[in-house]
Design a protein around this ligand. Structure first.
Ligand code: AMP
Length: 281
């Protein structure tokens, strides 16, 4: 496995592969890798000749400096996992490589998708995400790029970014990988105490319970049901509950209930903010 820390070396390796006609799959990450990330790498390996994984904790997508400060970094462990799974190249640039002019963000026209849910609660987050993903897409120019449905809104926004920037990359959405107790895997889970980790599993139980009610309840009552259930857990503080169109992310009204619907939540468990979602139909 090649470990590449600067852009020139990355371009040289990619140039060699592309001159041989090899297809490249790309998995951008912020490291602190778990089985969720590895499932993306595995899918990329099965669909491409070569796989690049980037590890970069992107400062411009953090809206809370404390969150950035506490973000877990474990590059050595990450490299062991990536090598074991069969990744071909890890790109781990420095902040100066990615932001030579300082932490500037670009504003993309992503159809106001960034004003909803995560965007509304973490202002500027998706400008940071789109800025770094654009820079990485321009460098790697993969055939396929892999993103988890865990960050559902991010996946929809990246699809839009790909379209408006004409990257012409095939954006692949991958299923959410969960702990045995149902908790969606996340790099932030290591910040939870063992007890919080157990309690946090209640989020997915509530999502599943809501899905079972979907065919027979109004969207308004479903939203209320989720909020009430989540608020009943004393360790939780609910950031938002949304039911949206699963392709456009626009709010659904009852009249549109035959449209694909996704239930998305963000919940603080102690000081750790977790997100999760479930397709309702
Ligand atoms: P991150 O390192 O948090 O930026 O995540 C990198 C990629 O891994 C993103 O596309 C995430 O959606 C994806 N990802 C994170 N957690 C999971 C999970 N539990 N299951 C599937 N994909 C995930």
């Amino acid at each position: 496995m090649l470990i590449v820390k600067n852009i020139d070396t990355l371009e040289k390796c990619l140039g060699e592969w592309k001159s041989l006609g090899l297809s490249v799959g790309f998995v951008p990450t912020m490291g602190a890798l778990h089985l969720g990330h590895l499932s993306l790498i595995e899918q990329a390996i099965s669909e491409n000749d070569k796989v690049v994984c980037s590890i970069f904790v992107n400062p411009t997508q953090f809206t809370d400096p404390k969150d950035l400060e506490n973000y877990p970094i474990q590059i050595e462990e990450d490299l062991v996992l990536l090598k074991k799974v069969g990744c071909d190249l890890v790109f781990a640039p420095t902040k100066t490589d990615m932001y030579p002019q300082g932490e500037e963000v670009v504003q993309f026209n992503i159809n106001d998708l960034d004003y909803l849910m995560e965007g509304a609660h973490r202002q500027g987050h998706f400008d940071g995400v789109c800025t770094i993903v654009s820079k990485l897409f321009e460098l790697v120019r993969p055939k396929n790029a892999y993103f988890g449905q865990k960050d559902f809104q991010q996946l929809i926004i990246i699809r839009q970014l790909n379209k408006i920037q004409k990257f012409n990359i095939n954006i692949v959405g991958c299923p959410i990988i969960r702990e045995d107790n149902g908790l969606a895997m996340s790099s932030r889970n290591v910040l939870l105490s063992p007890r919080e980790r157990e309690i946090a599993a209640e989020i997915y139980r509530i999502l599943k319970e809501t899905k079972a009610k979907f065919p027979n309840s109004s969207l308004e009552s479903l939203k209320l049901f989720v909020e009430t259930k989540l608020n009943a857990v004393s360790e939780f503080s609910v950031d938002y509950v949304e039911i949206a169109h699963a392709q456009t992310l626009q709010s659904l009204s009852d009249l549109e209930k035959n449209e694909p619907a996704i239930l998305c939540v963000a919940v603080f468990v102690g000081s750790v903010r977790l997100i999760d979602n479930i397709l309702l139909n």
